[in-house]
Structures are given as C-alpha cells and as structure tokens.
Ligand binder design. Sequence first.
Ligand SMILES: [Zn+2]
Length: 322
Amino acid sequence: MNEKLIIGVDIGGTTTKLALVLERGEVMEKWEIPTNTSNSGVAIIPDIAAAIKLKIMEHSIAQEQILGIGVGAPGPVNMQTGILYTGVNIGWEKPVPLREELQHLTSLPVVIENDANVAALGEMWKGAGDGARDVVCITLGTGVGGGVIVNGDIAHGVKGAAGEIGHITAVPQNGYYCNCGKYGCLETVASATGVLRLATDELKENQDPSVLREILHTTGRLSSKDIFEAAAQRDKIALKVVEKLTFYLGLALANLGSALNPEKIVIGGGVSQAGDTLLIPLREKFKQYAFSTVAESTSIEIATLGNDAGVIGAAWLIKYKH
Ligand SMILES: [Zn+2]
C-alpha cells in the first residue's frame, strides 16, 4: 500500500472517532477511543496521539505516507493559530493550543476546525452535497449544529461562530431556555430533545387520543422516532408536533436560504432519520417562506454519511487547507 493517507479525527463528548482516509476521501479504516474528559480533559490530546501512533505501527505505515491529521473539535476554533477557544463538552474551559500540541506529539501536520463545520465539509465532499460548492448543513441531534459553505469553503465569521444555526432565535416570545444562555433558540425545538419537548407540551394541551400518550404511559418515555412513526400513521398529535417542528425549522432555513441561496441544504443527525415524514412538510414550509428564486433553486436533502461525515470532513482539511 503506497497510496497517501490522511488521518481524520472527530472529537466528541464521549468518544473520539478516528479514520485512515485515502486522499480521494474514502474511509479505509475507522476506529474509536473514549474521550477522557476528567481533569479538564488533559489526556485527550495525548490519547489521540497514542491511538494514531499505534495504528501507524499496526499497519507498518511510513510517516511520509501520511499527509497529515485533520481534526474536528467541539467548539469555536481560531483557524490561524490552531487554538480551540473553548470545548466545554470535553472539559476544556480555557483555550487549548490543539494544533500545536498534536503536531508536537505526532510530528505530523495538523489542521483543526469546528466539528459541525467539519461534518458539513464531509457532506459537501463525499455525501449529499455531491460536489456542490454552496451548501448549508444542519445536524439535528442532541443539539443542533450547523456549517455554512460558500464557494467551497467554510464561513467562519469574525470569531469562529458563523454557522451557529442552532442558536438562531426561532421562538421570540416565551421560548425555552437554551444551553447558550438565550431563550427560544432553534435547538430548543428542533433537536431530538426539542422535538420531545414539543410532543410533551402538545400532549398536555390537547386531549385527543394518541398512540404517543399510550407509549408514554406504558414505557414512561418517548423518543423522536416514536413521534415520527406515529406521524407517518397519521396520529393527530404527532402530526401537530411535526407541523410545529417543520414550521420553526422551515422558517429558519428559508431565511438562511434567502441570505445565501445555497445549491443544497443538507439535514443530518438522528432526527433526519425520519426521512420523508420530516422532509415533505419541511420542503413545503421552506418554499412558503423563502424568496422565490431560492425556493426554486435551493434543494433540501438528507445527509448520507452518518457518523463518518466528521472524519471525512477532517481529512478534507488536510487535502485542501494544509
Ligand atoms: Zn442557544
């Protein structure tokens, strides 16, 4: 094996995903290590370096065969200095010189980027973006992350906070509190937790019979999957929840779309697994609220790379940003 390789790293709150990626963006091998967030996350960078060294040894890969390490990190990033401003989810409350430390420990070139941006780059390069150079990605998971790609590159803004789509205010009055300190963020209604919150509220306000009420009664909990499955079966309450969700999401995406007119808006994360039950009403709302040229030319698609988007996008950084 003489082909050049890139190492993609995606640091998450509980696990860090790693992959050996071929230069053309194909994942050759992937593996995971736990993210050790204890002691303010001091072990995280040494753990990543050790995992990479071990893999290189296992496969007898020559150092010069590796083009570098791309890293997606959970927080705002300074691309010039390679510093992560904060990574609260992984115990990094102060700025960490991630690029410098990992470079020092591995003797390989390192490029870092925010994790949501990296996932967006992965989808642009090898996923639903399908070669488009103007793409907005939004991930509906535990939280809501986003990445804005304009003319083939990520928009960062003045302090690395461009693309924080989850914190667009969606509910300006009486909205729920968001982890960012604000109220009514899109994340509070469009994340997996947000969808559940909409369902719980609807079940309180609306006494119609619903399979959701039965599920909640017997199991004590609901999942966003339950809600979309019930909506697909035309359960009235579930349909109301999907209606509310797609209203908030469709309005936010239409406004973003009217600002950027991307070729594609790509929706990823657990909630996107609902497929057409989400996509069909969402496209309707988008068309209703977007500027007409945008409504006609911007398409909304479901992400295709799943959990691999991060490591693939991280590899993109080495291929195009190093
Ligand atoms: Zn927020």
